[in-house]
Each structure stands twice: as C-alpha cells, then as structure tokens.
Design a protein around this ligand. Sequence first.
Ligand code: FPP
Length: 259
Amino acid sequence: MPVDRPGPALMELIEMTTEDKLFEAIDAERLPAHVAIIMDGNGRWAKERGLPRSAGHRQGVETLREVVRYASSLGIGVLTMFAFSTENWRRPPWEVKYLMGLPQEYLYSELPELIKNNVRVNLLGDPRRLPGPARQAVEKGIEETAHCSGMLLNFALNYGSRQEIIRAVRTIGEDLANGKLTSAIDEEVFASYLYTAGAPDPDLLIRTGGEYRLSNFLLWQIAYSELWFTKTYWPDFKCRHLLQALGDYQRRERRFGQV
Ligand code: FPP
C-alpha cells in the first residue's frame, strides 16, 4: 500500500526528533567558548520568494533572536554576529537606512529577554559613523546589560577587520609615544588593542548563504578557528543548524599546528 506523505504535524515531529538527536550528540563539556557567525543570504532568501530585500533582513532579525536565545541556553560563552561591515555602506541608501534601523528594532524588543538570560551586549566596530538612533540603541543595550555575566553577545557593526588592525597599530604607536605602553609587543599585547580584547578567539566560525569567504571578519582572531559553511540562507537558519555546526565542530581534531 502506498505510504501517505507525512502531514505538517508529523513533519514537525520528525524535525523535533532530528533536533533532539542532534542535541543529544553534543557534548556539553566541549562546547566552543566563542562562536562567530557571518549572517549571509538575506537578499537571496527574499528574492527567491519575490519579496523585497528588506523582507529578508526582517526575517534575519527573527533568526538572530532565536539563535541568540538558543546559544545562550546552551551555554556558549561568546557569540559574535557580523551585522554590518565597513563595506556595507556601499549598498543603496535605502538598504543602508533599513539595515541601520535593525539594531533598535532588535535591541528595544529583545532587551528584557537578554537581561533575563544574563546576556551582555557589546559592540565591535566604530560607533561614530552609526546614525544616532542606532548608536543610542547599542549604547542602551551595552549599559543595561553591563551587569550580566552570562553569554557575551558581540555585534560587529560598522566593523572591518583590516580597519580594526590598523586602529590597533595606531593606538599602540600612540601608547608607545606617551609612555602608556612600556612592555614588548607580543600577540597578547596586540590582541588587547582589538575590539575583542579580553574575549577568547572564536573556536568556530559559521557562514550561512553558500559563499566561501571571510569578508574582512575577525582576520586576526580566527587564526585557529574551525570554519563551518552552509548553503542555508540566514533567514532559514534554525537551531538545528547550529546544533549541526556544533556537532561537526566537536568531531574535528584541532591540532593548533601540532601533530
Ligand atoms: C547579509 O545578507 C546580511 C546583512 C548585511 C545583514 C545581517 C543583519 C541582520 C540579519 C540583523 C542585524 C541586527 C542587528 C541587531 C544589528 P545579504 O543582504 O548580503 O544577502 P545576499 O548575499 O543574499 O544579498
């Protein structure tokens, strides 16, 4: 007898089971301390549905909400999200404006949840070029979660890794000249001048949307990160994809240059 296609309810159950299985395969003791994510594919997600690109970004915010909540519930120490690059200013003005509205849209609605989950918000990037409302939303997010001691949530906004490195070099030069820096410059000292100062380097870097590149993201910090790419567009990225990435990460052998 032919088997009927599973209906939506059954499909949901199957998905849940897959997620449960993925969850069970994760070793809670060996989670990456720092996960960094390049959220890509919003525009293509929208285009495939005949929707404006903004609809992809809007859905992307919902994915962001879910992934942040889930990562914090799993016990990830640091989550870094690439939200807007220094190169993204070259997008059409309407899109830049739209993207610059997202920090306030996300942060104002999500702050109570972030505080409840003990998540501390931080900014990687130069805040001076952000429009006032976006900057104020980020500042409010940082201030109101300053006491939180759970997951550190970094937003890379107006962020470019090369710019970050140049900024570090310049500040080191200034600090050498004014006597603030007297020790020799080694990797540790250099890293303390980056936006990510104090945080461990990412163990795992995830990129959605099917492109295999780093796009000027955390170039210094990802020297030994495990890279995980998926064709899934960011708006379609679900907790099970994160679990899949974590499982793959745990199955890899990290040698840090040793045998
Ligand atoms: C890349 O997709 C995505 C972005 C440039 C923006 C990602 C940001 C968010 C989802 C939310 C940001 C939220 C906060 C709180 C700052 P794309 O437009 O490059 O997609 P495409 O490659 O398919 O065109």
